[in-house]
Write a protein that binds this ligand. Structure first.
Ligand code: A2P
Length: 267
């Protein structure tokens, strides 16, 4: 006779993931949400890394890569996600509530980390959509402000409502580190409706509008470093644009002038 167990009791941690609890869920729009989870005491990461996150579905784990959006010192983890109506994971994940169980991988990884960049003076973080997430962790890492004089977060979305976190990025003192004062710049841009900044990041870089708005010189591989996290076409276009300007791609094994990662979750 089959034993009856509750779904929760059936979830066992494994070598690959721990079972955490959802502590908070915030819905930004019909298509974007963020959530926080408990953090395993042994879970360690480097700002900018991603980790596998998921749910048990019919007794099997479904996991997707998520950039960690919380700071190193926080006791919880935070993630920022799209909601894909038929996505195997996000169609379910969008319904999570505080107290639900969630799987969090044990091995964060990724290239959007300070150690994959050569020393420089300005750090540009270019993200589209949920590609903002790694910057949220990095801008709360004091090491970023020790390494760079200026840290510029550029976030491109279709509609103003998609500018998640915009109020805190604009200077919430509870969120922004004291070390960031005078160093951190936030440049949101909207591409499909009117806003104070409009246009794709690629256009803003090539026209030079970004630099005149920020009152800084145009990109220079001697001084500037770039982190990129967006859709495959965005990543390819920015990579080409930086290549034309003499920027070399970096990796942990060979630090360079820019690093790149796909803003992963599509399902
Ligand atoms: P656009 O509205 O002009 O397509 P998406 O929601 O499709 O992932 O897009 C998020 C943001 O990224 C939007 O502002 C979008 O601009 C922009 N974007 C998408 N692809 C590119 C690209 N290849 N180069 C520059 N910006 C891009």
């Amino acid at each position: 006779m089959a034993e009856t167990v509750s779904e929760k009791a059936a979830i066992e941690p494994s070598k690959l993931y721990s079972v955490e609890s959802v502590t908070k869920v915030h819905h930004w729009t019909d298509e974007l949400f963020s959530f926080r989870t408990t953090r395993d005491a042994k879970f360690d990461f480097v700002s900018g890394q991603f980790v596998m996150v998921g749910l048990m579905v019919d007794g099997k784990p479904i996991l997707r890569a998520y950039s960690i959006a919380s700071g190193l010192a926080e006791s919880e983890l935070e993630f920022f996600s799209v909601k894909v109506p038929n996505g195997p994971l996000t169609s379910r994940l969008q319904n999570i509530q505080a107290g639900d169980s969630i799987l969090v991988g044990r091995k964060p990884t990724g290239t959007l980390v300070l150690d994959a960049l050569r020393p420089g003076r300005r750090l540009y973080m270019l993200g589209t959509g949920t590609g903002l997430a790694p910057w949220l962790a990095l801008i709360r890492d004091p090491a970023v402000y020790s390494a760079f004089d200026k840290v510029v977060v550029i976030h491109s979305v279709r509609q103003t409502a998609d500018l998640a976190y915009r109020e805190i990025l604009a200077g919430d003192p509870a969120y922004i580190l004291s070390q960031a004062t005078g160093k951190l710049l936030y440049y949101p841009t909207v591409t499909r409706e009117d806003y104070r900044n409009t246009g794709r990041i690629t256009e803003l870089l090539t026209s030079g509008k970004l630099f005149s708005d920020l009152k800084v010189e145009t990109l220079d591989p001697e001084r500037d470093r770039v982190m990129i996290c967006g859709s495959p076409s965005f990543n390819a276009d920015i990579k080409a644009l930086l290549g034309e300007r003499g920027f070399a791609e970096g990796a942990l094994s060979a630090p360079g002038d820019f690093v790149i990662e796909k803003a992963f979750v599509e399902g």
